[in-house]
Design a binder for this molecule. Structure first.
Ligand SMILES: Nc1ncnc2c1ncn2[C@@H]1O[C@H](COP(=O)(O)OP(=O)(O)O)[C@@H](O)[C@H]1O
Ligand SMILES: [Mg+2]
Length: 363
């Protein structure tokens, strides 16, 4: 899959640009603060309709304007035009000028794998961050997953509201709660199965990828879930056992909304024992596993974005990482150190794009 052209209107520090890309490597270089990350962020927004940064959509709109448009031509089997339009009131997504009303119908179409220095939080931060990464990865593979996730979150909200009501006035019906619980379990099981399968796929690739980058260590992920190895009946009993606790907290204490992923290196928890370098390599290995999974399961080669990788890792690791990129993967690399990148690309077809204060120069 390739992005052939990108048009931006009032996106971050860009006013109006129109640029075409190479099918293999595209190197975006320039000083810090010039707009390199913003450019790859635009490609990400085109694919997933929102940023990889934890920001409000509105921050994507150039200061002083009230609308931003990101438009791109994507070549997969066919060539299609995708568009994301964001205003302070909300956003619209379009494919070939047809409005797509459900975002969940849009975001599995353009497949993208991005590494940014920020992604270290995948190891370091709370379980909710890891679930977010997992959800984005699975949503790109499986359209129904995101729908189920939305459904689950709605049911969870309704159940929690009802728990509070039951706590406050005794005349609420426990049988209604049972109905909500059973629905929650059904959708929860389906999400659990998808996550379990995905993490099994990750483990098929992760270890070898990590080894080829670092030449050492066994990296693994483990899925941690309340739903693990439980039948529907067992889960029902578990919810029942938690009822008085759930009622007094006014929230559901059991479910896939507490799931977590554990990374371990040679059986040690990476979060607690791993060095910063090991954690970065683990995240990169996860990202390259995502690529392999998309190739295997969806027969699609995603677009790869490596934001600031060169300031994050030493050259030896980067050389090993470049060996993992096959020639059919469209790759975007941002860097302040163009010479380092070029030394790795001597035989490849690539395009250089110089960024300065929100303007692009194709070199
Ligand atoms: N909504 C916005 N409107 C205008 N400028 C913005 C907006 N959001 C970010 N910027 C500017 O973009 C620049 C950062 O660009 P970025 O792509 O992160 O730089 P880098 O080249 O270091 O990756 C900063 O100067 C910042 O002020
Ligand atoms: Mg940057």
């Amino acid at each position: 899959m390739q992005i052939q052209e990108l048009k931006l209107l009032n996106f971050r520090n860009y006013e109006r640009i129109h640029i075409s890309f190479k099918n293999h490597f595209n190197i975006i270089y320039g000083k810090n603060g010039s707009g390199k990350t913003n450019l790859v962020e635009a490609i990400y927004v085109l694919a997933l309709s929102r940023s990889f940064k934890q920001t409000n959509d509105k921050t994507l709109i150039k200061n002083g304007s009230d609308i931003t448009k990101v438009e791109g031509i994507i070549k997969n089997v066919y060539q299609n035009t995708y568009k994301v339009i964001i205003t302070p009131e909300g956003k619209k997504v379009k494919i070939d000028n047809n409005k797509i009303t459900k975002i969940s119908d849009y975001i599995s179409k353009i497949n993208i794998v991005l590494f940014s220095p920020n992604d270290l939080k995948m190891i370091k931060d709370t379980p909710s961050i890891r679930r977010k990464y997992l959800n984005i990865a699975i949503s790109q593979l499986n359209v129904t997953y995101l729908k189920e996730l939305n459904q689950y979150n709605k049911l969870l909200k309704t159940r929690n509201v009802y728990l509070k009501r039951m706590y406050l006035n005794g005349n609420s019906l426990e049988s209604y709660l049972d109905i909500l619980t059973e629905k929650l379990i059904d959708v929860g099981i389906s999400i659990y199965e998808s996550r379990k399968k995905y993490l099994e796929l990750v483990n098929l690739f992760l270890k070898n990828i990590y080894r080829s980058i670092t030449n050492s260590g066994n990296l693994e992920v483990r899925y941690i879930s309340d739903y693990d190895k439980k039948s529907k009946e067992e889960l029902k009993r578990l919810y029942h056992k938690n009822l008085s606790k759930d009622m007094s907290f006014g929230k559901t204490n059991v479910g896939i909304h507490h799931d977590d992923i554990e990374f371990s290196l040679d059986s040690y928890l990476l979060k607690e024992y791993g060095s910063e370098g090991q954690q970065k390599n683990a995240v990169i290995s996860w990202k390259f596993s995502e690529i392999e999974i998309m190739k295997q399961e969806k027969k699609v080669i995603p677009i790869l974005i490596l934001d600031d990788l060169f300031s994050e890792l030493d050259m030896e690791k980067i050389e090993n990482i470049f060996k993992l990129i096959d020639k059919d993967t469209q790759t975007f690399i941002t860097t302040t150190e163009i010479s380092k990148v070029e030394s790795l690309l001597n035989n490849c077809d690539y395009k250089k794009i110089y960024v300065e204060n929100g303007t692009l120069k194709e070199v």
